[in-house]
Design a protein around this ligand. Sequence first.
Ligand SMILES: [Zn+2]
Length: 290
Amino acid sequence: MAEAQIAVIGGSGLYQMEGLADLSEVRVATPFGEPSDVITLGTLEGQRIAFLPRHGRGHRISPSEINARANIYALKLLGVKQIIAVSACGSMRESIAPLDIVIPDQIFDRTKGRPSTFFGQGIVTHIGFADPFCQRLSNALLEATKTVGARVHSGGTYVCIEGPQFSTKAESRIYRQWGVDVIGMTAIPEAKLAREAEICYATLALATDYDVWHESSEPVTVEMVVANLMKNTETAKRIIRAAMTMLPNTDSCGCQSALKDAIITDRTLIPAETKRDLGPLLYKYLTPNA
Ligand SMILES: [Zn+2]
């Protein structure tokens, strides 16, 4: 039974959603361990949503420690079909000012060895990831962002670094030469796993500061970054509320059938234990002649 078709994954600054009706909390167990926190279920503008803070409430989990497989799997178990991911980021372009919103359409992965697939253990899949974000959901977020009056950039490349340290100036300059637009630490593996789980996934990237490449007249202070983080969080909440009435019908979206031609392994050779653990992801494809 679907508990919620829409999920919001909150990033730095966004640990809870106010204004939800019919609230409940669920603790979801997965074959990949525990999600970052209990998941809040509620109704927002008539839509059932699931909310999960990816760093846990109180910001206890570093980007490298996030159990993204458990997070995405838990949302899949709740019936989620669309994920709105909220992420604080640094700006890599003069034209993207702090407090601007970017809805990225590309990712460059600079993480190091994070578990980033559900598969293995006797089943091999190769999903398409040329377009890592759902275009339909991104378009809806763009329209929602315009209605709340925030400055928004449609498209852009998000470079995802391992962290938890910020970049060196040399790294930051090189990323700029590569043509990236924003820098963060959490889009990978979330976006990959959402695609493997056949869930539409789009990101609201909220610029808090210019990364270290920027020769600013004013020094970047922690106070400034935290103040921007708080303003961005309020903006993100308004965008999410506005988006609830604009969400696309994703039933026919390609994200929802990403595994269709991606499973390479002979179905008869997939171990029973793997079939059991991955049943919620694979059930459409394990029937004979599927
Ligand atoms: Zn989609």
